[in-house]
Design a protein around this ligand. Structure first.
Ligand code: PEP
Length: 232
């Protein structure tokens, strides 16, 4: 049993969502499948498919035009929320401190944050991956509450490039040990970055990979369902 999390980013229409919800609700799997949708698609009839958001405000309410609070996300029936995705860090200049505040806001509203960490290509090339990820964990993780960590090398997102199996094995081992030392003994750790139906089971079978975070390949049932079926 693994987590299979789809991240639709800024894609999708009500019709596309309905088609995916129908396809997922007709799929039998032992895996925990979570569909992280744009805010506008969170509500409605989700037919027992577990829904997540892709961002959350660190604030409770008030003069924060365009932001969406944990209460609002929860009111739509979502159970999870991605925080610290590399696209938020890059395009919206979110810092580790912001990610920490957003994870805490999620937990206040009984949402489970999926906290993304990962290095840039330059950091990867200069062997800084472990230091960067450790620093992100130091700052981003909440003090208490349930959460998930997703290791997503920024250079692997949407590029078709992936780390080697051995690289993922080593970084997941480090994250697992880090979490254990800090008392988070049951926190799931996901891998994300150019996962597709061909490589999904290879990544999912690595020790301490408890699931996958999938962007592009989660948009269509033709590419998403084979991933769900290939992983167990
Ligand atoms: C993501 O959006 O988190 C992601 C991993 O995207 P992709 O699968 O398209 O690389």
């Amino acid at each position: 049993m693994k987590f299979i999390v789809g991240n639709w980013k800024m894609n999708g229409t009500p019709d596309k969502k309905s088609a995916m919800i129908r396809a997922l609700s007709e799929t039998t799997t032992e895996n925990i499948v979570i569909l992280c949708l744009p805010f506008t698609l969170l509500g409605g009839d989700n037919k027992n498919v577990t829904i997540g958001a892709q961002d959350i405000s660190e604030h409770e309410n008030g003069a924060y035009t365009g932001d969406v609070s944990g209460q609002m996300i929860s009111d739509m029936g979502a159970k999870y929320v991605i925080v610290g995705h590399s696209e938020r860090r890059f395009y919206h200049h979110e810092t580790n401190e912001t990610v920490h505040a957003k994870a805490a806001a999620a937990i206040r509203h009984k949402l489970i944050p999926i906290i993304c960490v990962g290095e840039t290509l330059d950091e990867h090339k200069s062997n800084k991956t472990f230091d960067v990820v450790r620093k992100m964990l130091d700052v981003c993780l909440p003090e208490s509450g349930e959460f998930i960590v997703a290791y997503e090398p920024r250079w692997a997102i949407g590029t078709g490039k992936t780390p080697t199996i051995d690289e993922v094995k080593k970084i997941h081992q480090m994250i697992y040990e880090y979490l254990n030392v800090h008392g988070h003994t049951t926190t799931p750790i996901l891998y994300g970055g150019s996962v597709n139906k061909t490589n999904a089971s290879d990544f999912a079978n690595i020790p301490h990979v408890d699931g996958l975070l999938i962007g592009g390949a989660s948009l269509e049932s033709e590419t998403f369902l084979p991933i769900i079926k290939s992983v167990n």
